[in-house]
Design a protein around this ligand. Structure first.
Ligand code: PGA
Length: 237
């Protein structure tokens, strides 16, 4: 089943989230059948972004590397499950770049997800500099190292998000994203239940093209997921 994840980042109040959920409910009616939807709202709007009838699930945008304790400002994996989450985004490029999250921290976050029963949406992707230097493949290998201790039998979602495509309006071509997704699948060939998403400037206009790329099981969507109409349009691709 294709998976479409809305990453709202630091957008939307609780009232905004409630309005979005109502609109998304109208857009998709009884559900989309062959598409699974998830929303990653800010923590404060998890309750409002949820769907009591289960047509979409919830994801945390981030998760603490520690199980609990004196970590002011952090939200644990157990708390995310308690707030209704099925997934947690781990290692988004904004977390890596702006909050200095690296492999060892991300491994711990992955472990906390597993202890709590959350499925991680683990993000990887090269910067423009790495791409220009021909380092896309080695970057993906290095970033996927953090999954070394993660049990291969458990379901896993990996999002390929080239940093230069995030929020720039310049998505990867279907050929480039497909090649990267195939490479990720090869590196993770021991995984039993792996879905690979593409992320980076996905819109209703480019969604069907990008979804037809090789080994692509859905999208992680930022800007275009802030509108229920465009999020639903992408999922209908
Ligand atoms: P974008 O963001 O769709 O706005 O490019 C994607 C992401 O950061 O997950």
């Amino acid at each position: 089943m294709k998976l479409f994840v809305a990453n709202w980042k630091m957008h939307k109040t609780r009232a905004d989230a409630r309005a979005f959920a109502e609109e998304l409910g109208r857009e998709i009616g009884a559900g989309l059948g062959d598409a699974e939807l998830a929303i990653a709202p800010p923590f404060t709007a998890l309750a409002e972004a949820g769907d009591p009838s289960g047509r979409w699930s919830l994801a945390g945008q981030n998760v603490a590397a520690e199980p609990d304790g004196a970590f002011t400002g952090e939200v644990s994996a157990t708390m995310l499950v308690d707030a209704g989450c099925r997934y947690a985004i781990v290692g988004h490029s904004e977390r890596r770049r702006l909050f200095a999250e690296d492999g060892p921290i991300l491994s711990r976050k992955l472990a906390r997800c597993r202890e709590a029963g959350l499925t991680p949406i683990y993000c990887v992707g090269e910067t423009a500099e790495e791409r220009d230097a021909g380092l896309t493949a080695v970057t993906l290998v290095r970033q996927l190292d953090a999954l070394d201790g993660d049990p291969a039998a458990l379901p896993l979602v990996v999002a390929y998000e080239p940093v230069w495509a995030i929020g720039t309006g310049r998505s990867a071509t279907a050929e480039d994203s497909g090649n990267a997704c195939v490479h990720i699948a090869e590196i993770l060939s021991d995984r039993r239940a792996l879905r690979i998403l593409y992320g980076g400037s996905v819109t209703p206009a480019n969604a069907s093209d990008l979804l037809a790329a090789r080994r692509t099981d859905g999208f992680l969507i930022g800007g275009a997921s802030l509108s229920a109409v465009s999020f639903a349009a992408i999922a209908r691709a």
